[in-house]
Structure formats: structure tokens, C-alpha cells
Design a protein around this ligand. Structure first.
Ligand SMILES: [Zn+2]
Length: 122
């Protein structure tokens, strides 16, 4: 694997680089760091103590417009990371000579759309 992967992999929740955390766990196109997992565990522990089981997402009602605007680039960064990851996986399939037809079927798009979206520019 090329050496830049550690810079490329960022936590999808806090956006820290892989090198800045102890452990990074991968999901489909996303990652979560040990610090965010710890935060999740704290939230779950608090929920267990609370009597209400109401889900609290999304929380727009409690956010100012500034806070919502500050959140947008974080979502866009995760989207870019997922797009990059998908591109890498498709590029890997292409090194195995898997056809654009099969890649398209897997992604629910035509062969032509898959090629237009993922062909390498070089
Ligand atoms: Zn994190």
C-alpha cells in the first residue's frame, strides 16, 4: 500500500488523521477513531441511565443557523472521503480486469455511467 494512506484515512466523525489517533476502524467508505468510539460509549452509558428512549437525531431545532452552517463542510468532507474510497475500490477491481458492466450492476448503474464516473483521467 502507498505511504500516503495514513494521511488519506480520516475519522468520518471528527476528521482526525489516522496518524493522530490510536486506532481507526473501517466501515464501508467511512472510518471511526478510538476517541469517537469512546464518546459513543459515553453517550450510550448516559442513555442507559436516562429514562427516555426518544431518538435525538437530527437536532436542527436546538441548533442556530451558524451551527448548522458550520456543520455543512463536515458533511461535505465525509462525502469527499466516501467518494475517494469508492473510487479506490473501483480502481482496484479494474486492476483485476473486472468489467465496467459488472461494476455498474453492483452500483445499480449502467456500464456507461460507471465508466464515466470512475474511469481514470490518466
Ligand atoms: Zn474520530
Amino acid at each position: 500500500m502507498p505511504d500516503d494512506w495514513k494521511d488519506k484515512i480520516r475519522c468520518s466523525f471528527c476528521h482526525k488523521k489516522s496518524a493522530e489517533v490510536k486506532k481507526m476502524i473501517a466501515g464501508p467508505g467511512v472510518h471511526i477513531c478510538d476517541q469517537c468510539i469512546e464518546l459513543c460509549n459515553d453517550i450510550l452509558a448516559q442513555e442507559r441511565l436516562a429514562t427516555s428512549t426518544e431518538p435525538r437525531l437530527p437536532m436542527w431545532e436546538s441548533m442556530t443557523e451558524e451551527q448548522i452552517l458550520e456543520h455543512l463542510p463536515k458533511i461535505a468532507a465525509v462525502q469527499a472521503q466516501v467518494d475517494d474510497n469508492l473510487r479506490d475500490w473501483v480502481a482496484h477491481l479494474r486492476t483485476r480486469d473486472v468489467s465496467w458492466e459488472r461494476i455498474g450492476v453492483s452500483l445499480g448503474m449502467t456500464r456507461q455511467s460507471a465508466w464515466e464516473r470512475f474511469r481514470s483521467e490518466t
